[in-house]
Design a binder for this molecule. Sequence first.
Ligand code: NAD
Ligand code: SER
Length: 315
Amino acid sequence: MTNETILITGACGQLGTELAEALRKIHKRVIATDLKEAVPALGDTEFRKLDVLQPQELANLIRSENVTQVYHLAAILSATGEQKPDLAWNINTNGLRNVLEVCTNLKVKRVFFPSSIAVFGNSTPNINTPQYTAIEPNTVYGITKQAGEQWCQWYFKNKGLDVRSVRYPGLISYKTQAGGGTTDYAVEIFYDAVAGNTYKCFLKEDTVLPMMYMPDAVNATLQLMEAPTESLSVRTSYNLAGFSFAPKDIVAEIQKHLPEFKTIYEPDFRQQIAESWPQSIDDTYAQKDWNWQPKFNLDKTVADMLQHIKVPHSI
Ligand code: NAD
Ligand code: SER
């Protein structure tokens, strides 16, 4: 157990609820914050309401509670971002600037910023996408993450702020609903499968995307945040890979457990977003710099998800 005091922004979301639990096992104090009220998945984690667009409130909390590390998760995801571009730009970009500025001024030791495969676009090689390559995002969300990565590097180089980042693939988990992303189908599908419903998939059956099971995403985050400073060569954001599949692949895997399960395909605007993203990721830098290695593949993920989603309900 360390003596660090951790503050998480956007902690009520898919990632924050799981990171809070993991961080509490390592650090003396974890303060979860969010724009909305605490969600049940946070359990008895200490909670404060906090809007990342209010830098003074953020500064007051960091100062009064002697916060030493910030995990800045608050964001609008890709699908919602296309529908609400101004909101996505404001929260994702100005929220991050507020965090970086306040953390610099108050000498916070370390900051985590989650980027995404959404920084990549149609001009990027989409198989084994390298760390350094063309980056022309197609979505507002991707633009905010690309700008965010550059801001992180700028604060590291010019202000000495130790800010670290990964480009997560689509995250699969069962604790909290997925929040407005293009990869959300890979979470929603389990709830209809368990409930005995036909799942209506918003992507075409052969759309391959990089994904990751939440325990691997949490481990990667903790590994990066604990790595010695001198071992880190990437200060924009590390590519991170789990495994890749298309909707038809996850359907087939679920059918091994639930043979009656059926899916229909009705692609919507999210299809175009998905087609602009890579199919697979080369994460050699993460492997070399901080020994990254995922533990879950598709069949292990599906088995574990189905084991945990026991109560039939639709999300
Ligand atoms: P989510 O949508 O589930 O949660 C985001 C949280 O941010 C929500 O609880 C929301 O209430 C909060 N929030 C929104 N505006 C806020 C504000 N102004 N102040 C404070 N809180 C605010 O998202 P998630 O899936 O948990 O993602 C967390 C982070 O990881 C995001 O930055 C996201 O871009 C990144 N990421 C997620 C995925 C994924 O597949 N889930 C993949 C790549 C990157
Ligand atoms: N999973 C996220 C989304 O679909 C990518 O960052 O928006």
